[in-house]
Ligand binder design. Structure first.
Ligand SMILES: [Zn+2]
Length: 371
């Protein structure tokens, strides 16, 4: 028997002092199992995850669930509502300018302080339980800072408070104009085969403020401290993933159903759903280390045609983009090409055809391998 409960959590207040809240859906089975946390639209223009969560809730209500799945769609109501004409300006907190996905909590020193209290005879379940409570208290302490916090960080920490109980966190995003790709921690590389994502980026134990890192860095760091102290392996298996599901400013119900099916495969593999109920596809998956995931900038401003399509292989020297130079339309300098510095696969490109110099035109896989 699966039960669904729905509540609302206040994450911000507007200038009129009115609360802005987000829905929190919890699907719980009466069999013990892992806790999974899934959110969408921390970047306000990246809306496809909401339709994925819709399909997930529709499907999960009819399934036997072990453990609990917590789903928070449209988790950033501030970001979604900042419009400028046709566009949603959903990437940055408009008050402080910070990226909405960079204000989560991690403190390596605090992990070390905890690791120093662990005794060699402590069993892994006890350590897991105690560290979770300790980490939740650290987030509460941060939220209660007497100096206050920026808008994005407050919102991030309120969401992280919900996610701290999870064994796996799935943060649903979109690229600007993008093909599907997923960020996976290096220690959980095998999870690449549990989703139906054709492109995988493997990330190290380095915290840069995002939710996936904020989920696994504390546990990975704790594991390393304990392994070096006691000379034996510890596996906490707490993971975080960022799923990039196509382009921003787009909702596609049919594709959302396919993405939801991919997530159901992962949930089945984690033991939330009956074994074998959802099988990942046999497909070619391409992987890259984060250090080989490169950004191609333009040194010039102008009007751009994007010639290289996300997901399609590009050879060194091939034209990636053609730039129109409006001061030279009467001569040969009226247009020029930006070419690929090496063999690569674009994952995403800038969404607008007019760019300033220094714009990130493309993000691309280099040195990639089949996995
Ligand atoms: Zn995003």
């Amino acid at each position: 028997m699966t039960t669904l409960t729905k509540s609302h959590m206040v994450v911000a207040q507007n200038a009129s002092g009115r609360s802005m809240n987000v829905p929190v859906y919890r699907l719980k089975g009466n069999i013990p199992g892992p806790t999974i946390y899934i959110q969408s639209s921390i970047h306000g223009a990246e809306v496809q995850g909401n339709v994925v969560i819709y399909h997930l809730i529709q499907a999960l209500q009819k399934q036997v669930i072990a453990g609990e799945i917590i789903l928070v769609p449209n988790c950033n109501p501030v970001g979604t509502n900042i419009k400028a004409g046709e566009y949603t300006l959903g990437r940055f907190d408009p008050v402080n300018g910070t990226n909405w996905n960079r204000g989560y909590f991690f403190d390596a020193e605090k992990v070390k302080d905890f690791a120093d209290t662990v005794q060699p005879e402590d069993n892994i379940d006890e350590i897991r339980q105690q560290f979770r409570a300790y980490w939740a208290a650290c987030i509460e302490e941060k939220l209660a800072s007497p100096w206050g916090l920026g808008l994005a960080q407050q919102l991030n920490l309120k969401l992280q408070r919900l996610a701290v109980s999870a064994d796996a966190v799935l943060d649903l995003h979109n690229g600007p104009v993008s093909t599907r790709h997923i960020y996976i921690p290096e220690f959980a590389k095998n999870a690449a085969r549990l989703f139906n994502f054709p492109h995988c980026i493997f990330i190290p134990n380095v915290f840069a403020g995002a939710l996936d890192e904020a989920t696994f860095c504390p546990w990975w760091t704790l594991q390393e401290h304990l392994e070096s102290r006691f000379g034996r392996p510890y596996h906490f298996d707490v993971v975080g993933f960022t799923l990039e599901m196509g382009s921003q400013e787009v909702i596609k119900f049919s594709e959302g159903e396919i993405d939801a099916a991919s997530i159901l495969c992962y949930l089945a593999a984690k033991g939330c759903l009956p074994e074998g109920s959802h099988q990942p596809k046999e497909m070619t998956r391409i992987g890259v280390d984060l250090s080989d995931y490169k950004t191609l900038y333009t040194d010039w401003g102008g009007m751009v045609e994007y010639c290289a399509k996300p997901g399609e292989k590009v050879k060194k020297g091939q034209v990636m983009a053609r730039v129109l130079n409006i001061d030279e339309l009467d001569n040969e300098a009226g247009s020029f090409d930006i070419t690929a510095p090496c063999d690569l696969i674009p994952m995403l490109h800038f969404p607008s055809a007019s760019v300033l110099s220094g714009t990130q035109l493309y993000k691309v896989f280099t040195q990639y391998t089949e996995i």
